[in-house]
Design a protein around this ligand. Structure first.
Ligand code: IP8
Length: 271
């Protein structure tokens, strides 16, 4: 039996949940607040979180995104360490829900995704779908991903979302929400200009014509805002609207999940 759910895919950015400049640092208050808002909203959600300071510094140190390289000392051990670091981070997030008696199931990204001939393959949807049917919220995270050719890479939370949009055909995904550390995308009139305004609403078809402000980068092995934009455009090809919200603003996550108005970026789909 497949119910006609309205499902939300919510990604909590790793930069929001951790201090990306300080390895293995959890922003406890922000995580606890996000967890409370998700529980209060009580919607059907697949939750994802990024790597933040648990994933990116290790992934960078061992150059994991670029695949197997014999010249990098202890790289294979680095793959295992990066994965384990993500498990520790994910366990903290999971514990926050369980302490509040909210049913969540950690789904190990690197066990259900594998790369084959440069394509990401989602080996089974059964676990995710069955968890949703049982009213358990699946929680996935950016992780290492093995490659059938005898290598590996990093699979970001954004790529997982894209793959889910492509694969979860029997569920109606009502929107994808990215909770980040800023109000959304900022547009500027000319490249390099310091004057920028929040882009509050835009059709996916207009994204290519925008000049977006580059608001600084932290270590991000999966490409930062530019790569996010590429993923957003692909998500929109599945006719799914995307919302970018500031997860630091109290109540924003709850309001977004409840479709209440907030100051953010809404990428709309033309009917
Ligand atoms: O923060 C990256 O996931 P993201 C995961 O969603 C690792 O890009 C392990 C760096």
């Amino acid at each position: 039996m497949k119910a006609e759910y309205s499902l939300i895919l919510l990604k909590l950015g790793g930069g929001l949940l951790t201090d990306k400049n300080k390895p293995f640092s959890i922003r406890e208050d922000i995580i606890k607040s996000a967890v409370k808002q998700i529980i209060d909203a009580n919607e059907k959600i697949i939750l994802l979180h990024g790597g933040g300071s648990f994933g990116h510094p290790l992934a960078k140190k061992y150059s994991i995104s670029n695949g197997f390289d014999e010249s990098i000392p202890n790289q294979i051990l680095g793959v295992a360490k990066t994965h384990h670091s993500m498990i520790k981070f994910n366990s903290y997030v999971i514990e926050q829900f369980l302490e509040r008696n909210y049913p969540v199931l950690s789904i190990q990204t690197s066990s259900i995704f594998i790369q084959k001939s440069n394509k990401i393959s989602l080996e089974t949807l059964d676990v995710l779908e069955t968890a949703l049917d049982l009213k358990i919220m699946p929680v996935l995270y950016g992780d290492i991903m093995l490659d059938k050719s005898g290598s590996f890479t990093i699979l970001s939370g954004d790529e997982i979302i894209l793959k889910l949009c492509e694969s979860l055909k029997s569920y109606s995904i009502s929107k994808v929400v990215f909770a980040m550390e800023s109000d959304g995308l900022f547009k500027t009139n000319k490249s390099g200009s310091k004057n920028c305004n929040l882009l509050t609403e835009c059709y996916s078809t207009e994204l290519d014509d925008l000049i977006l402000a580059d608001l600084g980068q932290k270590i991000d092995v999966t490409g930062g805002i530019k790569s996010k934009l590429t993923h957003i455009k692909k998500i929109c090809t599945y006719k799914i609207p995307v919302q970018l919200i500031n997860g630091l603003t109290e109540g924003n996550i709850f309001k977004s999940l409840k479709n209440q108005k907030i100051n953010c970026t809404n990428i709309l789909i033309k009917e």
